[in-house]
Design a protein around this ligand. Sequence first.
Ligand code: 1GP
Length: 252
Amino acid sequence: MKIYNQLLNTIKEKGAAYLILLDPDKLPENKLTGFLKHCEKSGVDGFLVGGSLMVNGDFDSFIEKVKVNTNLPSIIFPGSITQISPFADAILFLSVVSGRNPEHLIGKHVLAAPSIKKSGIEPISTAYILIESGSTTTAIYMSGSLPIPRNKPEIAAATALASEYLGMKLIYLEAGSGADNSVPNEMVKAVSNQCSIPVIVGGGIRTPQTAREKVENGASIIVTGNYFEDENNWDLIKEFASAVHIKQSILV
Ligand code: 1GP
């Protein structure tokens, strides 16, 4: 539980944690070291590593490079059961609880569990809740499941509570990478009010202000990915971190 506890401590100290998603297919390896250093200097709390597809490269060698070049936690955010590596610190053990596709509720988990045990990394049981965000996202398509309608916060809240009762350690409200719209604030609020475990919010967050609103509505962890695939945006990482760290910052 080392990494999970580290996340809980960060949330306690800073009000919320800020994680950046590294997609091996999107971030060229020659830019990786520079990006990691930049994130460290800018106040990022850790990295999620994964992607829905692994078209280019080798997941193991990518995550090894991440590990060698940063002391921040590297947590696998698996797009498939092939994305397991002993070089990571932890893995989000995701169940797509918004859907009713048994493969993504328990099937893939049975296949992945022995490899996770062998790798020695920490599994963090996570309720992955897909939220409708304007168009079909990769996560919806790949999981073959329906998202929760964005105007139904009560369904999201009940789903999250059921997940907590099932023993899950994190709730991940996912609008999808590159989503047209982020998870609605009312939904973040409804879920956070209902649950006592940390709520992660990700997908379509493109401004520090949006990130701050999610935290103000109860999110404990914010994830961004897409926005920093453009190097021109890297200077804004610091502003995102400061917007998320609600206990430590004044948003400019
Ligand atoms: C996807 O929540 C993450 O799982 C990140 O989304 O790429 O839209 O920031 P973005």
